[in-house]
Design a protein around this ligand. Structure first.
Ligand code: SF4
Length: 319
């Protein structure tokens, strides 16, 4: 049985419902009726389908804290990155998990939240905005008031991000590419930069560059931009860092990630078939400094060994 948000809520505002009846919530602009089970690019309907709800310790220190973040992983994605490290759940031709009853879903989140820091992360939420908002309301109905983190690929529309003002506490977007040819080849989105740029600027408008961290060392409000350095693309990484510094702010917290590893699907790819080299990461770190960026995190060169989720396991990160 599908549990659509219509079965659960009457309290949706018109823009949220319209996203499902005429889905234009992300830049793909499919315009299909998800409440009538029509499927667009992301191949997701209006029900609550979740790939994993688990404690996750592998995020930035201000996100994971000591006890981990309660992460909610949505299936499929509005980008289709050929190298995706969560490929088991993100590929739109992969089978979807069964829809969950809303009560069961909220109870499961609360039971994980009992063990983690008081922080909930939505991973790849760009094509699940109405369901995400319903989950936030459901968690609050239980008397909980966690910090909410929006962990997206940034292939979002700025007007969708505007809807989240005052609801999302911490934005954690990727900023993947500046080049449209590469974003098309790697993620089927030649307009990635246009939308990532506009949506991150909207996040910045809401949050500015101040990251508010509480006495437990957990981020309570702000914006952290993630950038995964890809093999052979160190120069593009530098362009993105320069763009952030010049066009948004050099004071934004940036998480510069070296954890890329080639999944099976790119093991024969001419560039993506290897981890990044120390030389590439050093070059990007130097750019980080020379651009005037000073806040954020870098990773160890062996970090690629520790991000190998297995989503067939109830605890995909084996923690
Ligand atoms: S969320 Fe899915 S259906 Fe809606 S516009 Fe994006 S890809 Fe298309």
């Amino acid at each position: 049985m599908n549990h659509s948000i219509r079965d659960i809520y009457t309290g949706y505002n018109e823009s949220e419902i319209k996203y499902l009846t005429d889905c234009t919530m992300c830049p793909r602009n499919c315009g299909i009726n998800r409440l009538a089970n029509e499927l667009g690019f992301c191949k997701c309907d209006s029900s609550f389908r979740i790939s994993a709800i688990c404690a996750h310790f592998g995020e930035e220190p201000v996100i994971s804290g000591k006890k981990g973040i309660c992460n909610i992983f949505f299936p499929h994605c509005n980008l289709q990155c050929i190298y995706c490290q969560n490929y088991e759940i993100s590929q739109n031709n992969s089978s979807l998990p069964r829809s969950m009853s809303f009560d069961k879903l909220i109870n499961k989140i609360c039971s994980v939240l009992d063990k983690t820091e008081n922080i909930v992360g939505f991973v790849s939420p760009s094509h699940y905005i109405p369901q995400m908002l319903a989950i936030i309301k459901g968690i609050k109905t239980k008397g909980r008031n966690p910090i909410f983190v929006y962990n997206s690929n940034a292939y979002d529309k700025p007007e969708t991000i505007k809807l989240l003002e005052g609801i999302i506490d911490v934005y954690l977007p990727d900023f993947k590419y500046s080049d449209s040819g590469i974003s098309q080849e790697y993620s089927q989105a030649n307009d990635y930069f246009k939308y990532a740029n506009a949506s991150i600027k909207e996040m910045y408008r809401q949050k500015g560059s101040t990251l508010i961290v509480n006495d437990k060392g957990i981020a309570e409000s702000g914006l952290i931009i993630r950038h995964l350095v890809l093999p052979g693309l160190a120069e593009q990484s530098c362009e993105i860092l320069k763009y952030i510094s010049d066009e948004i702010s050099p004071n934004i917290h940036i998480s510069l990630m070296s954890q890329y590893y080639p999944t099976l699907s790119v093991k024969n790819h001419k560039l993506l078939n290897r981890t990044i080299t120390e030389c590439e990461y050093e070059m990007v770190k130097k750019c980080f400094d020379s651009c005037g960026c000073s806040k954020g995190w870098i990773q160890n060169m062996d970090s690629y060994k520790s991000y190998r989720p297995d989503f067939s396991d109830e605890n995909p990160f084996h923690q």
